[in-house]
Write a new protein. Structure first.
Length: 445
């Protein structure tokens, strides 16, 4: 008789007997545990799970269906972004950091660029139109990120309609990103000194149409979820973490605001002109997964308000510059988005080639070598969809970062996994993690 290829193999370790499960053989596990006279079993959840937006491994110790211990295993998406940035110019660094938290790339770019601009001492020189465009893109990005959080979180608990409509709306935002930057993600659009290029023709009308449509679509989420007894039964009182716990672990973003504490860096430490926009910090008072969902849903409404105000301001800034006037810093590109891809427009190339030999040499040196940044260090935190995101940028006076280190909120917030999960059911672990909304690209970098 041949051996069952799906039977659980066992081995003895310093931790006790370990069963390796490779198929449908739960009965053999149960009988093995019975022989051990121990009710506890350690289960590896992962290293893969959709609600984590990446690759996370959870080591769960269970007593029956109850989680007695939960630990995170991270590092599966480590790509060496911070180290790579030390070998590229200051402008090229944007191309790397935009890929960290890939659900909110504009925020990664913004915090890094704001740090570089502080070192260059040009914060007050950034054109108004560039600042407004940054705010516009970040708030559109906040909407798309929250949509993915709600969509994937709903999918994990079986609310597939929430998932389908969440991704449907996100596509509309990505279409706007493609119209404005030429790319759906990994944009490298926010540059030291401003943004890569002006708004294309017709973009403001497209955004206005999107705002109108979202005002009709957002109530669908409320109708589907807010008072839905099945949805509430899965989220209310699950993943509970109060204000003291959030502060002790350094949590920020929706998990912190769901405890009733109105901490939002756009209000408390404004940047990029956020003090000029009318919006409210959204909070909830339940400190659980349901509260975090409601905070995100309400924040999308506030982001729509900010986008609306930004569009009106941009309408009055037609033809205004989007990059600092200092030619020693300003990235000398005028990109053209067309069917053949994206690159410098032919008119701009003719201008560079025909201006003067000195102008051509300057262009070449600025692109290949980059500009020098005075020695020093800066940290400018911003409010990303997941909480406080900051770049600690260090310069030794050269054309490349000496060090760039990111304080990613997903990494910090993930610490709460064990506190939120232990003592609860194994099925609620997924809900707790989905409510944190970690993006593993940002955790591992």
């Amino acid at each position: 008789m041949t051996a069952d290829p799906y039977a659980a193999t066992e081995s003895d370790t310093t931790q006790g007997r370990v069963f390796t499960v490779t198929g449908q053989d739960w009965d053999s596990i149960v009988s093995g545990i019975a022989e051990e006279h121990d009710d506890k079993v350690v289960v590896n959840m992962g290293p893969q799970h959709p609600s984590t937006h990446g690759v996370l491994r959870l080591i769960l110790e269970l007593e029956g269906e109850t989680v007695t211990q939960a630990r995170c295993g991270i590092g599966y998406l480590h790509t060496g972004i911070e180290k790579n940035m030390e070998y590229r110019t200051w402008v090229q660094g944007v191309t790397f950091c935009t890929r960290m938290d890939y659900l909110s790339p504009f925020f990664n770019e913004a915090t890094y660029v704001l740090g570089v601009e502080r070192l260059l001492d040009i914060e007050d020189d950034i054109p108004e139109k560039a600042q407004v465009m940054r705010v516009l893109l970040m708030e559109l990005n906040r909407i798309s990120s929250h949509l993915v959080c709600i969509a994937t979180g709903g999918m994990e608990i079986g609310a597939l309609t929430v998932m389908t409509i969440g991704f449907r709306e996100r596509e509309l935002v990505l279409d706007l990103f493609e119209l404005i930057t030429g790319l759906r993600m990994n944009h490298a659009f926010i540059r030291p000194g401003g943004v890569a290029q002006d708004m294309p023709a017709g973009a403001l009308d497209e955004i206005r149409d999107f705002i109108k449509l979202m005002k009709k679509r957002l109530p669908e989420y409320a109708d589907l979820c807010n008072a839905n007894p099945i949805f509430k039964a899965r989220l209310v009182d699950v993943g509970h973490l109060d204000l003291a716990g959030c502060l002790a672990l350094g949590l920020s973003g929706p998990p912190l605001r769901a405890t009733g504490y109105p901490w939002d860096l756009r209000k408390s430490q404004p940047y990029s002109g956020y003090e000029d926009y009318d919006f409210e910090v959204q909070t909830w008072d339940t400190a659980d997964a349901y509260g975090r969902f409601r905070v995100r849903l309400n924040e999308m409404w506030e982001s729509l308000k900010i986008v609306e105000q930004a569009v009106e301001r941009l309408a009055g800034l037609e033809g205004a510059p989007v990059m600092v006037a200092d030619k020693k810093i300003a990235w000398p590109s005028q990109l053209a988005i067309g069917s053949d891809g994206m690159g410098n427009s032919l008119d701009h190339i003719k201008h560079i080639m025909g201006e003067s030999m000195e102008g051509l040499i300057h262009h070449f040196k600025l692109v290949t070598e980059g500009f020098r940044v005075p020695a020093g260090q800066a940290y400018v935190p911003i409010e990303s969809p997941r909480g406080e995101l900051g770049a600690h940028v260090v310069s030794d006076g050269g054309t490349r970062p000496f060090r760039a280190h990111f304080r990613d909120p997903s990494f910090t917030n993930l610490q709460a996994t064990s506190v939120m999960s232990e003592g609860g059911q194994v099925a609620d672990v997924i809900v707790a993690i989905a409510s944190i909304d970690p993006v593993m690209g940002g955790v591992d970098r």
